[in-house]
Design a protein around this ligand. Structure first.
Ligand code: NAG
Ligand code: NAG
Ligand code: NAG
Ligand code: NAG
Ligand code: NAG
Length: 827
C-alpha cells in the first residue's frame, strides 16, 4: 500500500476524508471501539461487529502460503457462511497467530489514538495512511466502513478511503481525491495479495481498468474505460445497486451498472475479480427467495464488464487475461477460462495465471543441420489467435507456406494464420484467446514424441517460401503513428515493385470478359485522350486522364492508366484484375461505373464514365472559386447520404463484401446532378461474406485511416465507417481534417475541434460562415454526432453503414457519442 508522508497528508486529509466516507448516521446505535481496545490473531476469532451484525472487523485466517496459520486483518460480511472479505489491511503481508495475546499478532487502537497492526515481535505491519490527530474512538458502520473519529464524531479516516478489491454501496470515488481512487484485484480466488488488474478513477475524470506491471501495481494496459474524460467527477455505488459516473453538477453521465431489482434484502458488492472483470455481486440477506426470485446461497453476479475480457488484451508486455503460453476462452458466458494448448501443461496447476510450459524439449537451434528436422509437428488451434508478440510477418501466402516457414525455422514456436497472412511467434506466447468469431487460427509447434521420420527432402521442394520472404515485410506499425496526422502520405502496398514477374497471365482478361465490358486498344485510348494530355487527377494506383469516345457519340470518359512500368509484375496484374472484377460486377447509382478496359502489353487502362463536377475534394477544399464552386449545405447533406448509401451497397449488398479501404474526398466524384459517386476501388479488398474479420496490410490514406490499421487487430468494414466519419465532418465544416494553422491551434485537428464544440454545446462554431447550415443546426448536430460515432477508436462502437444511413436520415435517434479520443489519451 502506498505510504504517504504524514506531514504531507495532514492538511489534505481533513478536507478529503469526508469526501470518501459516509457521514455519521446518528440514528443508528453505534458500538464504539474505545481507545486501548485490541484484537488478537488466533483461534479465538475475536472481532468487532457493526451494529446490525452485517459486517465484522478483525482477523481472518488464510490458508496457503506455506507458513502455517496466516492471518489477514480484514472486514467481511459476517452473516453469510462464506465470510466474504471486502477490505483488508495486510493483503501482501499476512501475520502469524500465537498461543497468547502476548505472543500473537494484534491490532490495537492505542491510547494515543492510532490504529496499529503488529506482528508478534511488536513490529508495525500496517497502519492507516494520513489520520489526523485527535482520534477519540473507532466505529464499524453497517455500510462496512471502519472509521476513526474525533470526539465530535468527525471521521478522520475510514477503510472506504483505502479500498482493496471491493467497493460497497454508499462508497464514492471522487475526482481530485487522493483517497479511494483505485481498486486492485486479488491475486486469485483464494489468495488476497495484489493481483494483475485494477480500476482507477483518474484525475482526468475517466474511470479506467488496467492490467498492471505485475508484481508492481503501476498501470500497464487500459482494457476498459468509461470515456468520461474531463466531465466525470465522481463514481457512485448507491444502495439500489446502481453504479454511475456523475459530473460536478450531479448530472449522471454514464451508468456502469444499473439495477432494477429491489435491493433491501440483498448484500451487494462491486469487485474487480482476479480475472480482471468488474462484477456487481448480490447475496440474499435472509431467505433464498427475494424479490420474486430464487437466490442461490452464493454470490450471484448481477452485472459485469467487460463482456469479452479475453479479446481485449493487446498489451505489448505482460501476460494479459491468462498466463504466458496459455489461451483464454469464455465458456459459460461470464467467466474466462485459461487453458494450455496441446503439448503444454500448467506450470503450477494450483495457479493457472502462472501460465503453461512445454511438455517437450524445445527445438535445438545449435544442433547440426537437419538433426532436428522432422521432429516437430504443427497442431492446429482453430479460432484461436495470439494477437501480439510477432517477430516476422508475411502476407499473401498460403497456409502450407506459412506452416513451412515455421517448421523450417528453429526459433519459431507458433504461427497465427488468417486471411492469407502469417505471423511468426516465439514463446512465451501472450494474449491468446479463442473465440468463434476469430477467423484466424494458430499452428503451434510441438515435438513428435517418438518420431524418427524426416521430411528434410520434402521441405526442399517448398523453396518458393524463401522467395516470398524477400517480398513480404509490410509489417504493421506501432499505434503512435495514428496520433501523427501531420504527415499525410498516400500508401499502397500493392505498389511495391521489388519482384520481377513472369508474363502477364490471362486471369485479368477472363475477369473482364465475365463482367461484360468493352475492350479497347491502346491506340484507341491514345486518340480518345488526345495523347494523354488532360490530367484529371492522380493517386496511388495511377493517373486519370480525360477522354472522348469517338465511336460512342462523343461520350466523355475518364481513363485511368495504371502506372506504366518497364516490366509488369504480378501485383499490378492482380490489382488490375481485382479492380475490374469488383467494379465490373457492381451497379449502384452512387458508384462510378466502369465502361471498359485496355490490356495490351505493358498497358493497363480502365475506362470510367466521366464525372463532370470533379471530386469532392476539388469543390470542398477548392476555396470556393474556380471550376468547382463550393456545394451549399443542402447539396452537402445529399452528398453525405449518397456516399453512405454507396458504402451500404459495397458492405452489405454485393455478393462479396467489398471494403473500399480508401474513402476520402479525392475518391468521391460528383456527376452532373451533383450526385456523389464513389470511385477508385484499386486498393479495395475483396472479401467473402462469411469472412467477417481479417487482418491485413495497411492500405488507405493517413488522416482517414482507422486506428486499427496500426494495431495488430483485424480490419473490417468498420475502417470505411471511420473514414466516412472524417469525410462527414469535412462535409459539415467545409474544411480538411487537418489544417496547419498555428493561430487557431484548437481548430487544427478537425476531429478534436468538432468534439470540443459538440461537448461544449457550441456546434454553431463549426458552421459559422455558412448561413444555410446555421439555420439547420439540428441537422448539423445530428451529422456531427453520427460522425463522432463513426470515428470511435473501438471499431465495435462504430455503427454499421446501414445504421449510419438511418441515423443521418433521422430515422433512428442518435445517442450521445463518447469522446472519440478519450480511450487513447487515458492510456
Ligand atoms: C460513542 O462515543 C461518543 C464519544 O465518546 C459518545 O458521544 C457516544 O455516545 C458513544 N456512543 C455509544 C453508542 O456508546
Ligand atoms: C499469493 O500469491 C503470491 C504471488 O504468487 C505469493 O507470493 C503468495 O505466497 C501467495 N499467498 C498465499 C497465501 O498463497
Ligand atoms: C440509485 O441510483 C438509481 C439510478 O440513478 C436511482 O434510480 C435510485 O433511486 C438510486 N437509489 C438511491 C437509494 O439513491
Ligand atoms: C451539468 O453539466 C453537464 C456537463 O458536465 C451539462 O451537460 C449539464 O447541462 C449540466 N446541468 C446543469 C443542471 O447545470
Ligand atoms: C512415445 O514414448 C512414450 C515413452 O517412451 C510412450 O509412453 C508413448 O506411448 C510413445 N508414443 C507413441 C505415439 O509411440
Amino acid at each position: 500500500m502506498a505510504n504517504c508522508q504524514p506531514t504531507l497528508c495532514l492538511s489534505l486529509s481533513l478536507l478529503l476524508l469526508l469526501l470518501c466516507s459516509k457521514p455519521v448516521n446518528s440514528q443508528q446505535p453505534q458500538a464504539n471501539i474505545s481507545l486501548g481496545s485490541s484484537l488478537a490473531a488466533g483461534a479465538s476469532q475475536d472481532y468487532w461487529l457493526s451494529p446490525s451484525g452485517d459486517f465484522a472487523f478483525g482477523f481472518q485466517q488464510v490458508t496457503g502460503g506455506g507458513r502455517g496459520n496466516s492471518f489477514l486483518l480484514a472486514i467481511w460480511f459476517n452473516r453469510i457462511p462464506q465470510r466474504t472479505v471486502v477490505w483488508s489491511a495486510n493483503r501482501n503481508e499476512l501475520v502469524p497467530d500465537g498461543s497468547t495475546i502476548k505472543t500473537g499478532s494484534t491490532v490495537k487502537l492505542t491510547k494515543d489514538g492510532s490504529l496499529m497492526l503488529a506482528d508478534p515481535s511488536g513490529r508495525q505491519v500496517w497502519g492507516p495512511n494520513g489520520v489526523g490527530p485527535g482520534v477519540s474512538y473507532g466505529v464499524l458502520y453497517d455500510t462496512g466502513n471502519f472509521v476513526l473519529t474525533d470526539r465530535k464524531g468527525v471521521v478522520l479516516w475510514g477503510s472506504f478511503d483505502q479500498p482493496t478489491d471491493t467497493i460497497l454501496p454508499t462508497q464514492i470515488m471522487k475526482k481530485g481525491n487522493k483517497r479511494c481512487t483505485e481498486v486492485i484485484s486479488k491475486y486469485s480466488s483464494t489468495n488476497y495479495s495484489t493481483g494483475r488488474f485494477k480500476f482507477m478513477f483518474q484525475t482526468d475524470g475517466n474511470l479506467v481498468a488496467y492490467t498492471t506491471f505485475y508484481p508492481q501495481t503501476v498501470r500497464n494496459y487500459a482494457y476498459w474505460a468509461s470515456a468520461t474524460k474531463s466531465t466525470g467527477n465522481s463514481v457512485t455505488f448507491n444502495e439500489s445497486g446502481s453504479v454511475f459516473l456523475s459530473s460536478d453538477n450531479g448530472t449522471i453521465l454514464l451508468y456502469v451498472f444499473t439495477n432494477q431489482e429491489p435491493t433491501q434484502d440483498l448484500h451487494q458488492r462491486l469487485t474487480i475479480d482476479h480475472d480482471g472483470v468488474i462484477r456487481l455481486y448480490a447475496y440474499p440477506k435472509q431467505s433464498s427467495t427475494s424479490a420474486g426470485r430464487r437466490w442461490p446461497a452464493e454470490w450471484t453476479a448481477l452485472s459485469f464488464t467487460p463482456a469479452d475480457i479475453c479479446g481485449l488484451m493487446r498489451a505489448d508486455t505482460g501476460s494479459g487475461a491468462c498466463g504466458f503460453n496459455s489461451y483464454c476462452q469464455i465458456e459459460d458466458a461470464q467467466f474466462p477460462n485459461c487453458k494450455c494448448p496441446n503439448g503444454y501443461k500448467f506450470l503450477d496447476p494450483s495457479d493457472e495465471s502462472r501460465g503453461c510450459l512445454k511438455t517437450f524439449p524445445p527445438q535445438d537451434c545449435s544442433s547440426s543441420a537437419g538433426e532436428e528436422d522432422g521432429q516437430f509437428d504443427l497442431v492446429e488451434m482453430v479460432n484461436t489467435i495470439f494477437p501480439s508478440g510477432d517477430y516476422e510477418y508475411y502476407q499473401s501466402i498460403s497456409e502450407d507456406m506459412c506452416r513451412d516457414l515455421c517448421l523450417s525455422d528453429c526459433l519459431c514456436d507458433a504461427v497465427t494464420y488468417e486471411s492469407a497472412s502469417c505471423w511468426k511467434k516465439r514463446a512465451p506466447l501472450t494474449n491468446g484467446y479463442m473465440d468463434q468469431e476469430n477467423t484466424g487460427k494458430t499452428l503451434l509447434k510441438i515435438r513428435r514424441q517418438n518420431s524418427t521420420y524426416s521430411t528434410a527432402g520434402e521441405r526442399k521442394k517448398n523453396d518458393q517460401s524463401r522467395k516470398l520472404m524477400a517480398t513480404a515485410g509490410w509489417v504493421l506499425l506501432g499505434s503512435s503513428v495514428f496520433v501523427n496526422l501531420m504527415f499525410i502520405v498516400g500508401s499502397c502496398p500493392w505498389r511495391k515493385k521489388n519482384r520481377r514477374m513472369n508474363r502477364v497471365g490471362d486471369e485479368s482478361d477472363e475477369a473482364m470478359e465475365s463482367a461484360n465490358l468493352q475492350r479497347f486498344t491502346y491506340r484507341e485510348m491514345e486518340s480518345a485522350t488526345g495523347g494523354f494530355k488532360q490530367v484529371l487527377g492522380s493517386g496511388a494506383s495511377g493517373t486519370v486522364y480525360k477522354g472522348v469516345l469517338g465511336e460512342r457519340a462523343g461520350e466523355l470518359v475518364a481513363v485511368k492508366v495504371l502506372d506504366n512500368m518497364p516490366e509488369r509484375d504480378g501485383h499490378d496484374v492482380r490489382e488490375f484484375a481485382t479492380e475490374v472484377k469488383i467494379i465490373g460486377g457492381t451497379n449502384h447509382k452512387n458508384l462510378v461505373k466502369l465502361v471498359g478496359y485496355c490490356n495490351e502489353g505493358q498497358h493497363l487502362l480502365l475506362v470510367y464514365e466521366f464525372m463532370s463536377n470533379g471530386s469532392l475534394a476539388d469543390s470542398l477544399f477548392g476555396g470556393g472559386e474556380g471550376t468547382f464552386p463550393r456545394p451549399n449545405w443542402y447539396t452537402r447533406t445529399q452528398i453525405a447520404y449518397s456516399v453512405a448509401r454507396g458504402l451500404v451497397y459495397l458492405h452489405d449488398e454485393c455478393s462479396t463484401q467489398i471494403i473500399h479501404c480508401d474513402i476520402k474526398p479525392q475518391n468521391i466524384l460528383l456527376d452532373q446532378g451533383m450526385t456523389a459517386r464513389i470511385s477508385d476501388f484499386g486498393i479495395s479488398k475483396l472479401m467473402k461474406t462469411d469472412q467477417t474479420r481479417t487482418t491485413t496490410a495497411i492500405r488507405g490514406t493517413k488522416g482517414y485511416l482507422a486506428p486499427e490499421w496500426f494495431r495488430n487487430v483485424p480490419v473490417t468494414a468498420k475502417v470505411d465507417v471511420h473514414s466516412f466519419g472524417i469525410v462527414l465532418l469535412e462535409l459539415v465544416c467545409c474544411r480538411k481534417s487537418f489544417l496547419l494553422d498555428f493561430e487557431k491551434e484548437e481548430e487544427m485537428v478537425l476531429v478534436d475541434w468538432a468534439y470540443d464544440c459538440y461537448s461544449r454545446g457550441k456546434l454553431y462554431k463549426l458552421v459559422e460562415k455558412d448561413e444555410d447550415a446555421m439555420e439547420d443546426l439540428k441537422k448539423v448536430e445530428r451529422f456531427v454526432k453520427v460522425a463522432l460515432w463513426c470515428i470511435q477508436e473501438d471499431p465495435s462502437l462504430r455503427p454499421g453503414m446501414k445504421k449510419v444511413v438511418h441515423m443521418l436520415e433521422g430515422a433512428v435517434l442518435v445517442s450521445e457519442p463518447p469522446d472519440p479520443s478519450s480511450f487513447m489519451s487515458a492510456i
